[in-house]
Design a protein around this ligand. Structure first.
Ligand code: GLU
Length: 417
């Protein structure tokens, strides 16, 4: 997978501009929403296992907090930079607005490859980064969650570090925590489950049956791996899977149990038995009905969009399709279900976790999934109605709803002072 051949932030702004043009958004609000409200960068030391001190760079960007506290994940990735974090923070604002949960958008990142660190090093890095951003976060201010390279354990360390500074336990400062310290049932699977609810609705409208559909997935982490499992349970055939190192394809369907065993052993799907070896570029162009980019930004670009064979592209990753590729896919009749709708299940169950934490009243997994389904189906219907009525791509419709909701909240609150 290659990133940074395109600038994710400029692409996010382009997508915003399309919506702002159609909405005829007032110049002031337009300039306001086009850029992040607040940005923080830091360089901080971590003592490594060998006694050396290494300096890491971290970020936290809050794009907007008009509709509620800032919300968004923390990414640990060697190629991340401030523009990626800006883009992802902006996407979080729109995502929360599309599913109408009371948050603004934020994102954080540390430039690091966690696979190269020991568990102790990751814990020290996390606790130091949490301390660096501790003046920016809080249950009413900005609530981090997992993203690429981070997980429930890392959220537990952030929660613990923040709580130690405050002198009391503050579970609602992060979401995506382990269940035994206030995490929510269903949070781990939530992004994939939400994606599948949306896909089910879209397939119904497009007269495609998930049972028997050929599915290709780029990424086999939390979202890609869980989506594969859920879709296989619904009768879909997973015909291609890849991650950072490459992947495998099999027109007869990949044995997911065998693939999972290989992944658990090696940390990658590359080199797994039971299929032909494919590169990431080849994977995206495999014949299939449904393509799920579930990895990283800028994977479907003007360079490969005309060779994508899927009927539906559903974006589990944030920003996998560039604006130029969007136009090509739309002209070719490929239905693109945008990230801010398709992968909003994760932040939706984060919202449930936050509510449960604040109320200290916990729900069953069945309740979580039922509420998630209600919100996702509702959001799809709203976006789809706008798209049909105004004959526009789902992404444009989703942006219209999200940007308008955010701008209207601004107008209602007024500009201070
Ligand atoms: N990192 C996830 C996303 O990009 C989840 C964010 C959250 O739960 O706050 O949507």
């Amino acid at each position: 997978m290659t990133i940074h051949t395109e600038n994710a932030y400029h692409n996010a702004q382009k997508q915003f501009d399309i919506a702002a043009d159609i909405l005829n958004l007032d110049g002031g609000y337009r300039r306001l929403l086009r850029v992040p409200h607040r940005e923080f960068a830091c360089n901080f030391p971590v003592k490594m296992d060998d006694g050396q001190i290494r300096i890491f760079t971290g970020y936290r960007v809050q794009h907007n907090t008009t509709r509620g506290p800032a919300k968004g994940g923390i990414r640990y990735h060697p190629d991340t930079d401030i523009d990626e974090v800006r883009a992802l923070a902006m996407l979080m604002s729109w995502k929360c607005a599309v599913v109408n949960i009371p948050y603004g958008g934020a994102k954080g990142a540390v430039v690091v490859d966690p696979a190269l660190l020991s568990l102790g090093e990751i814990e020290r890095l996390t606790r130091r980064y949490a301390t660096e951003i501790s003046f920016l976060i809080g249950p009413d201010i900005d609530i981090p969650a997992p993203d690429i390279g981070t997980n429930a354990q890392i959220m537990a360390w952030i929660m613990d570090t923040y709580s130690m500074h405050r002198g009391h336990t503050v579970p609602a400062v992060v979401t995506g925590k382990p269940i035994n310290i206030g995490g929510s049932h269903g949070r781990n699977e939530a992004t994939a489950r939400g994606l599948v609810y949306i896909l089910r609705e879209a397939c119904e409208g497009a007269n495609i049956s998930i049972a028997g559909a050929r599915v290709v997935i780029q990424g086999f982490g939390n979202v890609g791996g869980t989506s594969a499992r859920l879709l296989e349970e619904m009768g879909a055939k997973i015909v291609g899977v890849a991650d950072r190192g490459g992947g495998i394809a099999n027109t007869k369907g990949i044995d997911l149990r065998q693939l999972q065993a290989h992944y658990d052993k090696t940390g990658t799907v590359a080199g797994a038995p039971g299929g032909d070896t494919v590169s990431n570029a080849e994977l995206l162009e495999l014949p299939c009905d449904i393509l799920i980019p579930a990895a990283i930004e800028n994977q479907i670009t003007a360079r490969n969009a005309d060779r994508i064979k899927a009927k539906i592209v559903i974006e589990a990753a944030n920003g996998p399709t560039t604006p130029d590729a969007d136009t090509i896919l739309h002209d070719r009749g490929v239905l693109v279900i945008p990230d801010i709708l398709a992968n909003a299940g994760g932040v939706t169950v984060s919202y449930f976790e936050w509510v449960q934490g604040l109320q200290e009243f916990f729900w069953t997994e069945r309740e979580v999934n039922a509420q998630l389904e209600r919100i996702m189906v509702n959001a799809f219907e709203q976006v789809n109605t706008v798209a049909q009525a105004r004959r526009m791509p789902l992404r444009t419709a989703a942006y219209l709803l999200a940007v308008d909701r955010t701008a209207q909240a601004y107008i209602t609150r007024g500009i201070y002072p």
